[in-house]
Design a protein around this ligand. Structure first.
Ligand SMILES: NC(=O)C1=CN([C@@H]2O[C@H](COP(=O)(O)OP(=O)(O)OC[C@H]3O[C@@H](n4cnc5c(N)ncnc54)[C@H](OP(=O)(O)O)[C@@H]3O)[C@@H](O)[C@H]2O)C=CC1
Ligand SMILES: O=C(O)CCC(=O)C(=O)O
Length: 420
C-alpha cells in the first residue's frame, strides 16, 4: 500500500464510524489543486539541473491552506497528496483556522551547495507564486528545509507582491519568524507524551524513550523530554544509532551532531544498528524521521508500550492495528506533531498584525492548544471505544465536514452524527 492508501484507510475507518456517505467522503478526500512544476536552474559549475516541484492543496474549507515543504529524493505527487491530506485533518484536530497543503522538491539537498539550493528554491517560488500567499496557502519547514529556506521564500515572494512575511512560517526570528517556532513540534510531542502518560498514571520521570530521527523534531523532542526528567536511551539518524540505558546527555549530543553531522561515535554511548531503534527496549518509541518506519515486518517486535508519531505517517495501517492489538497506545501524527503548525499559526498571526509575541506567550498558548486537543481526542476515544487515531480523524472530519457543507449547498449530505 502507498502512503496515500494508508491515509485514506484511516479516514474511511473514521468515516464508517460517523456513517458518512460516499459523496461526502469524495468531497472531503479530493484535493482542491495539484501543482507540478519543472525547475530548471544552473549548477555552480554551469551545468543545467532539472528538478520537479510539487504543491498539493488539499482543502481550504477551514481557512488558508497550510503545510510544509520537503526537499527529498522521494518527493512526488503521491507523497505530497498524502501529506497534504494529513495537514487538513491535523489543523482541524487542533482547531486552528487553516486547511491543509504540502509540497516540496524532488532533490537531494546533501548533494547541492547553498547557492544551488537558493536558486532551486527561488525558481520554485517564481513558478508557484500565483497559488500561494498569506490568505491562500502558507508553506513552512519540513524534512531538509529550515528557517533559512523559509527566509528565501519570503524574500522571493515579496519581490513580486511587496513585503509579505505572512506568506511562509518557520522563518528566522530576525526575518519576522516567531520565537518558539523552531522547537514547537518537539515541544508539542512532549506535551502529547505527558498527556498520554497522565492517562496511565505515569510521569515523564518514569519512562525511557527511544527516538528515530535527530533532526528538528527528534532533537527538540529529546531535549525537552530529557529536561523534564524523561530518560532518552536510544537515538538514530540516517547513518546509524546510539544507545545508553543510563540515559543520553542530550544537550551534549546536540553539540556533537552540530560538529560531526551525525549521532554516530558520540562518546557517551555505544553503537546500535539504526534499523533496530524501532524494536529497542524502551517504554516509549518516538518515530521522528520519515513515513512507514513501522510496518508489518517490525511491528510485532516493538517493545515500547507507547508510540508517539512525531513523524508524519510513520506507521502503516496494518502495523497500526497490530500495535493496538498488542496493547500499544499509538498517539497519531495528526495530534502528536501538531505543535509545529500551531506555532506556525501564531507566527502568521504576528506577521499579519505586524506584532511580536514574547516566547512565553507562544509556549503558553501552544501548551493550551496541545493539551486541549489531546483531551478532546482521548475523551472521544474513551466515549466511543475507539483507538486514538480513529478518534482524532472522527474529530477532524466532523469539523471539516461541517465547514465544507456550510460553505456549499450540500448540507443534505451531513449525517446526524456530524451535528452532535
Ligand atoms: N519540522 C516540523 O515542524 C515538522 C515536521 N514533521 C515531521 O517530522 C519528521 C521529521 O521532520 P524534521 O525533523 O523537520 O526533518 P529534519 O530534516 O530536520 O530531520 C529528519 C531526521 O530524520 C533522519 N532520518 C531520515 N531517514 C532516516 C532513517 N531511515 N532512519 C533514521 N533517521 C532518519 C535524518 O537523519 P540525517 O540527519 O542523518 O539525515 C534527520 O535526523 C517528518 O516526518 C516531518 O514531516 C511534522 C510536523 C512538523
Ligand atoms: O508549520 C506548518 O505550517 C506545517 C508543518 C508541517 O508540515 C506538518 O505539520 O507536517
Amino acid at each position: 500500500m502507498m502512503m496515500l492508501d494508508n491515509v485514506s484507510f484511516f479516514f474511511n475507518r473514521a468515516a464508517d464510524h460517523l456513517g458518512l456517505d460516499e459523496k461526502l467522503r469524495t468531497i472531503l478526500l479530493t484535493p482542491n489543486r495539484v501543482v507540478r512544476v519543472e525547475i530548471v536552474t544552473e549548477s555552480d559549475s554551469g551545468d543545467l539541473m532539472h528538478h520537479l516541484g510539487f504543491r498539493v492543496q488539499h482543502s481550504s474549507a477551514r481557512g488558508p491552506m497550510k503545510g510544509g515543504l520537503r526537499y527529498h529524493p522521494s518527493m512526488d505527487e503521491e507523497h505530497a497528496a498524502s501529506l497534504a491530506s494529513l495537514m487538513t485533518w491535523k489543523t482541524a484536530v487542533v482547531d486552528i483556522p487553516y486547511g491543509g497543503a504540502k509540497g516540496g522538491i524532488n532533490c537531494d539537498p546533501s548533494k547541492l551547495s547553498e547557492t544551488e539550493l537558493y536558486r532551486i528554491t527561488t525558481t520554485f517560488v517564481e513558478l508557484i507564486k500565483e497559488v500561494i500567499g498569506p490568505t491562500i496557502d502558507i508553506p513552512a519547514p519540513d524534512v531538509n528545509t529550515n528557517a533559512t529556506v523559509m527566509g528565501w521564500i519570503m524574500d522571493e515572494y515579496s519581490k513580486f507582491y511587496g513585503f509579505s512575511p505572512g506568506v511562509v512560517t518557520g522563518k528566522p526570528v530576525d526575518l519576522f519568524g516567531s520565537l518558539g517556532r523552531e522547537e514547537a513540534t518537539g515541544r508539542g510531542v512532549m506535551y502529547a507524551l505527558e498527556e498520554c502518560l497522565k492517562d496511565q498514571n505515569r510521569k515523564l520521570e518514569d519512562v525511557s524513550v527511544a527516538i528515530q530521527g535527530f533532526g528538528n523534531v527528534g532533537s527538540n523532542a529529546a531535549r525537552l523530554i530529557a529536561q523534564r526528567g524523561g530518560k532518552i536511551v536510544a537515538i538514530s539518524d540516517i547513518q546509524g544509532g546510539i544507545a545508553n540505558n543510563d540515559g543520553l546527555d542530550v544537550p551534549a549530543l546536540i553539540d556533537w551532531v552540530n560538529s560531526n553531522g551525525s549521532v554516530q561515535n558520540f562518546p557517551g554511548a555505544h553503537a546500535i544498528d539504526g534499523n533496530e531503534i524501532i524494536v529497542y527496549k524502551a517504554d516509549v518509541l518516538i518515530p521522528a524521521a520519515l513515513e512507514e518506519a513501522i510496518t508489518t515486518e517490525n511491528a510485532g517486535r516493538v517493545q515500547a508500550t507507547i508510540v508517539i508519531e512525531a513523524a508524519n505517517g510513520p506507521v502503516t495501517c496494518k502495523a497500526h492495528d497490530m500495535l493496538v492489538q498488542q496493547g500499544v497506545t499509538v498517539v497519531p501524527d495528526i495530534l502528536a506533531n501538531a505543535g509545529g503548525v500551531t506555532a506556525s499559526y501564531f507566527e502568521w498571526s504576528q506577521n499579519i498584525q505586524q506584532f511580536r509575541w514574547d516566547e512565553s506567550r507562544v509556549v503558553e498558548e501552544l501548551e493550551k492548544v496541545m493539551r486541549r486537543a489531546y483531551r478532546n481526542v482521548a475523551d472521544l476515544a474513551l466515549r466511543d471505544d475507539i483507538d486514538l487515531r480513529t478518534a482524532a480523524f472522527v474529530l477532524a472530519i466532523k469539523r471539516v465536514a461541517r465547514t465544507t457543507t456550510l460553505r456549499r449547498a450540500v448540507s443534505h449530505l451531513l449525517p446526524a452524527s456530524l451535528l452532535e
